[in-house]
Design a protein around this ligand. Sequence first.
Ligand code: MD3
Ligand code: FE
Length: 208
Amino acid sequence: TRAETAPGAVHLPDWLSPGQQRELLDACREWARPPAGLRTVRTPGGGTMTARQVCLGRHWYPYGYAATAVDGDGAPVKPFPARLDDLARRAVTDALGAEAVAPAPYDIALINFYDADARMGMHRDADEQTDAPVVSLSLGDTCVFRFGNPETRTRPYTDTELRSGDLFVFGGPSRLAYHGVPRVHPGTAPPELGLRGRLNITLRVSGF
Ligand code: MD3
Ligand code: FE
């Protein structure tokens, strides 16, 4: 049930098996522990993101990357495991075909933790190598994912639900589209996962 939301934006529901979801969730819980664990991201305007974040490879700060935490515990970021590069390459191949796989290795993961009230406003991701597709994996509660357009933060956009185990790949003309998460549906995670809330893992090529 591959769905192309826009050119280069491909949704593969249920791409991760229950066993793979469990394995990835356990790994995310480990990565979330200090040092260099779960952080609250501060925006330049003085606000905070409602989704909390763990990074692998580089910490993300609005709007750039750093090898060492510049707030919180100041600890070096956790390494990006090679198996996540393998996972990202398989994901891009399944969604867009082997031609779309970037030559450079995937080397950054941003993991967002959403509770029932967390949201993500409409934004674009342009702090990485933008010719490599972004890979997004969802775990836990279902959310409303809003996919916009490359020109404006506003309409037209398409709302889709992202569920536990879903893969979404954003490449080509969709790589610089505005997108956000206006809502999480609490209590919709697969019960056997034992997760309250939602996790989203994005895999990226830094270009460093
Ligand atoms: C389209 N994450 O980490 S996943 C983000 O669910 C981010 O946590 C959301 O937006 C989340 O930057 C949405 C879907 C997604 C992720 C990255 C993209 C869509 C994207 C990058 C470029 C275009
Ligand atoms: Fe994003």
